[in-house]
Ligand binder design. Structure first.
Ligand code: AMP
Ligand code: MN
Ligand code: MN
Length: 328
């Protein structure tokens, strides 16, 4: 652990210990790492007697698969976040924009603590606990819980595990020390299969029909991405009708299995001509760089951005950014 990181962990723990009211924010369209991290820390602070709320800027509803993590009823809608929070903690949020409509609270909060693992995080907090070598923000949260002297009970461990199993793709991108963390979480009572199956392995039957449509339109461009291959698919609002965001988010996990392509993209329609794009790479292309050229961000092998226009226009811009990063 670098000295910087241990100093910022100490400073964050002090700020949280002194606080009586803490607001924890995940990024927009929160995943298991964002909400699991926020709820793990939230549950611990709640147990220490503080007033705690957990929220995120958009959308209004909590992903169904993450609701059970909130055993203490800490989640509140964005509209219930105070105008000037005493202490604000932003988790798994690599940039200010990822707070969505709640980004304005950064200037009104008394103290802002940033807890994250994005290498591109500019450190927009008063205290910044950022470890770009951590596979998940949940790991950084666990260090903070240890710094706070919080006992790891099953509900807290489950929140950490949810973030960890998701961001490591079921521990395939986990270092040896991270497997040791997993062992510690299991020892605290986490049922690994019960946590992972709803998160990554369970969908309503309608999912199969949606996949059939979406995957039948997928396209492979062998010469794109500097000749490394690019595969893409588009999920329209119509394709996704009646399904949860969870079903749409998982499409990229199938598209990315295409052996002929180093890079995979899935365009997910959020509104008319408005897209959230998921990018994945196997090992050689830094898709964070690609996403950043298009106004987004993320990690080397998993990144994303939002874009407006026809799907074909978004794909052209993406192809061009891919050439810039991977070509020549
Ligand atoms: P996703 O494809 O939505 O699972 O996102 C993969 C990763 O890309 C996330 O963990 C974020 O780090 C990042 N990301 C996704 N969308 C955006 C965005 N619009 N802006 C910045 N980063 C993003
Ligand atoms: Mn995330
Ligand atoms: Mn994460």
């Amino acid at each position: 652990m670098s000295n910087d990181l241990s100093a910022s962990l100490t400073a964050a723990a002090a700020a949280l210990t002194d606080a009586s009211d803490v607001t924890l924010l995940a990024h927009v369209n929160p995943d298991a790492d964002a909400l699991g991290s926020a709820l793990a820390l939230g549950l611990a602070l709640h147990r220490l007697g503080k007033t705690v709320r957990v929220s995120f800027g958009a959308p209004d509803s909590v992903p169904e698969t993450l609701r059970d993590l909130d055993v203490a009823g800490l989640l509140v809608p964005a509209s219930a976040v105070p105008a000037a929070p005493e202490v604000l903690v932003a988790l798994d949020t690599g940039s200010v924009g990822r707070l969505g409509p709640l980004a304005d609270r950064l200037s009104t909060a008394g103290t802002v603590v940033v807890v994250d693992h994005h290498v591109s995080n500019p450190g927009f907090g008063t205290v910044n606990v950022i470890d770009a070598s951590a596979e998940a923000t949940a790991l950084v949260v666990l260090r903070l819980l240890d710094e706070l002297g919080v006992e790891l009970d099953e509900p807290i461990a489950r929140c950490v595990y949810a973030g960890l199993v998701t961001d490591t793709r079921s521990f395939r991108h986990a270092r040896a020390s991270t497997h040791e963390v997993a062992a510690r979480l299991l020892a605290a009572g986490v049922d690994a299969e019960a946590v992972a199956r709803p998160l990554m392995d369970s969908h309503p039957f309608g999912y199969l029909g949606m996949l059939a449509k979406v995957l039948s339109r997928a396209a492979l461009e062998r010469s794109a991405a500097g000749g490394l291959g690019f595969v893409h698919a588009v999920v329209t609002l119509d394709d996704a009708a009646g399904l949860r965001p969870e079903e749409v988010e998982s499409v990229v996990d199938l598209v990315r299995t295409t052996a002929e392509a180093e890079v995979a993209a899935v365009l997910k329609e959020l509104g008319p001509s408005y897209w959230s794009v998921s990018l994945r790479a196997v090992s050689r292309v830094d898709v964070r760089e690609v996403a950043q050229l298009l106004g987004g961000g993320g990690h080397r092998l998993a990144a994303g951005f939002t874009a407006e226009g026809d799907a074909s226009d978004v794909l052209s811009r993406l192809r061009e950014a891919l050439e810039t990063v991977a070509g020549g």
